[in-house]
Design a protein around this ligand. Structure first.
Ligand code: ADE
Length: 254
């Protein structure tokens, strides 16, 4: 997968590209990330990339011409790529959207700065707009890095262990089960016995139930419309029964 990133701060990307899974994925040629400086497409002597907003108001707006030139340049290099503007006005990134983007034949990520991008860029020059959350960053660069990181780990080969992308939080539709490593006992807290048992069926069941329990407590919204097995439903009924018993005991005791 090839990522072209249009930005006014290409140097910000060295943090992502120089460490960990992403660095290894680049070295092994599973992905290629090319930050492109939008300022290089500004035509005037001062390489101007922003201007005052029509209608007045604070701050500056990114001029459309250098961004448009940059997008055209990236499209010429990657004709099949999907162009995404990072903006708080976009659709929210989640694992499903990351999977969708991982299926694209290349991504051109456009990062805004200042008070925003001239509307004609978002309206006419990009295929999609994505937000990484309901908060406002000083620019799209961190959001683009989040997208690259989330998408890169879904490209076959990048994680080394194919299993991990399939098992992690959200890919199963549930939060991930708890993980443990050595020592068996840490500050008085033991690793659950079942994980030491070598009984793979029991471990699978424990992990599924731990995922379910965690999702019910922390993110019940994720369970709506989620395919659940009869085993899942039975486990949830048992939890429900346990909760009823505890509540019953407390109300008769008070
Ligand atoms: N640019 C500024 N804030 C952003 C956000 N939350 N998501 C994507 N791009 C942004």
């Amino acid at each position: 997968m090839q990522f072209a990133v249009l930005t006014l701060f290409p140097e910000m990307f060295s943090a992502l590209l120089g460490a960990g899974v992403v660095k290894r994925a680049i070295e092994n040629r599973y992905i290629l990330v090319e930050p492109i400086n939008i300022r290089g497409f500004a035509k005037d002597r001062h390489h101007t990339v922003d201007d005052r907003p029509y209608g007045g108001g604070c701050g500056m707006v990114m001029k459309p011409e250098p961004v448009a030139e940059g997008i055209r340049y990236a499209r010429k290099k990657h004709p099949e790529a999907y162009t995404v503007l990072l903006t708080p006005q976009g659709r929210l990134l989640n694992q499903k959207v990351a999977q969708e983007l991982a299926g694209c034949k290349g991504l051109i990520l456009v990062c805004g700065r200042y008070e925003g991008m001239d509307e004609r860029v978002s309206e006419h020059l990009v295929d999609d707009e994505i937000s990484i959350g309901d908060y406002v960053l000083t620019g799209g660069e961190l959001a683009a890095m989040v997208v690259i990181d989330a998408v890169a780990r879904l490209i076959p080969g990048t994680l080394g262990c194919e299993h991990s992308a399939q098992e992690d939080s959200f890919s199963t539709g549930l939060l991930e089960y708890p993980q443990y490593t050595r020592p068996r006992s840490f500050e008085g807290v033991n690793v659950p016995e079942v994980l030491l048992s070598g009984d793979h069926g029991a471990i699978r069941q424990w992990r599924r139930q731990a995922s379910l329990g965690r999702t019910i407590l922390r993110r019940p919204d994720l369970l709506m419309g989620q395919p659940l097995t009869t085993g899942d439903i039975e486990y949830m009924k048992k939890l429900q029964q346990d909760i009823k018993t505890i509540i019953g005991k407390h109300s008769t005791g008070s």
